[in-house]
Design a protein around this ligand. Structure first.
Ligand code: GDP
Length: 364
């Protein structure tokens, strides 16, 4: 899963990105991920892995990971710009969701590109650039479809009507994600690869002092209002504090969070929130060699989930032996769970659930 970090200059993107890359120091364990200077990889925190590790004593524990891409260059006029503008657009097209950092802290020493703090204006500036980029692409598609209309195929008529309604929506300054589509329309719209269709998580960057009294932050309230308008979520971070947390050893981290009156780091919250907006869940595999979490989209069936591990597992899928994590923990051992009939044998149509501890049976 890939998340793109966007936001105006001087809102705290690099600070947050630094925290991410520092926290993800062990990314060398993930050779399958492409590591570039603007990519940071972090493990998805999952305490179930530690509990399973106590049970299995594995040689290694492998959490699932998220890639964060720092998307620089998104400023007013970027969609019209050459070079840099195009580069950021191609980066942003590749991500699954967008984390939009919005400045909600005041600091006289740090200039704001527009002279003052204004979450609504900031969000609109960025969203407009993305809307412009989408409009440009959509217009090209409309031109092509117009030519196809002559064939008399009704399919093109349906597409055209949909494109026109998306265009009108974008022209009113709203992102495509705030539209609702039926399943047929959704399929057509997905083919457009619109940037503003991607889910967005707004990250309100507040000052260190405001972390303990968020209600007092009027910028945050403003941000929540715009996010609610388009059905997106807001989370609060303090990028500066995240940077400090990322430098601490695990033991110090807990003490630091407690002293700050926080129950988890902003980065962990960000990862969990991203998981939620993307509709992701994890299933788990456990054995003496490895205890591991695997990311799948909610609704994935057993063979496709198996395919995450290896394509052979999907092709030769026979069945999955599954015990729910909570059941396994309550029983204490896999064998006890089996005796109690809690280890189920599931077939091809089984829809995987979050926390399924799974053993796939397959033919090679
Ligand atoms: P970017 O241009 O969006 O990447 O912004 P930076 O991460 O470079 O941050 C711009 C300035 O704001 C830097 O001087 C940061 O130290 C400062 N800054 C970022 N986050 C915070 C924060 O949470 N609190 C305070 N006080 N300053 C911050």
């Amino acid at each position: 899963m890939k998340l793109g970090i966007v936001g105006l200059p001087n809102v705290g993107k690099s600070t947050l990105f630094n925290a991410i890359t520092k926290a993800g120091a062990e990314s060398a364990n993930y050779p399958f991920c492409t590591i570039e200077p603007n990519v940071g990889i972090v493990a998805v925190p999952d305490e179930r892995l530690d509990k399973l590790a106590e049970m299995y004593n594995p040689e290694k524990i492998t959490p699932t990971v998220i890639e964060f891409v720092d998307i620089a260059g998104l400023v007013k006029g970027a969609s019209k710009g050459e070079g840099l503008g195009n580069k950021f657009l191609s980066h942003i097209r590749e991500v699954d969701a967008i984390v939009h950092v919005v400045r909600c802290f005041e600091d006289g020493n740090i200039v704001h590109v527009d002279g003052s703090i204004g979450p609504k204006r900031d969000v609109e500036t960025i969203n407009l650039e993305l809307i412009f980029a989408d409009l440009e692409m959509l217009e090209r598609r409309i031109d092509r479809t117009r030519k196809n209309l002559k064939s008399g195929d009704k399919k093109f008529q349906i597409e055209m009507e949909l494109y026109e309604s998306v265009k009108a929506h974008l022209e009113s300054g709203k992102p495509a994600r705030s539209m609702t589509f039926d399943s047929e329309q959704q399929q057509i719209v997905d083919q457009l690869f619109l940037i503003t269709l991607k889910p967005v998580l707004y990250a309100g960057n507040v000052s260190e002092n405001d972390l303990s009294s968020l209600e007092a932050n009027k910028f945050l309230a403003e941000l929540k209002e715009i996010a609610a308008d388009e059905g997106s979520e807001v989370m609060v971070i303090c990028a500066k504090v995240e940077e400090e947390i990322a430098q601490l050893a695990d033991e110090e981290k807990a003490d630091f969070l407690e002293a700050m009156g926080l129950d988890e780091s902003g980065l962990d919250k960000l990862i969990k929130a991203s998981y939620k907006i993307l509709g992701l869940i994890s299933y788990l595999t456990a054995g003496p060699q490895e205890v591991r979490a695997w990311t799948i989209i909610k609704g994935t069936k057993a063979p496709q989930a198996a395919g995450k591990i290896h394509s052979d597992f999907e092709r030769g899928f026979i069945r999955a032996e599954i015990v729910a994590y909570n059941d396994l923990m309550a029983c204490g051992t896999y064998n006890t769970a089996k005796e109690k009939g809690l280890v189920r044998s599931e077939g091809k149509e089984y829809v995987m659930q979050d926390g399924d501890v799974t053993l796939f049976r397959f033919n090679v």
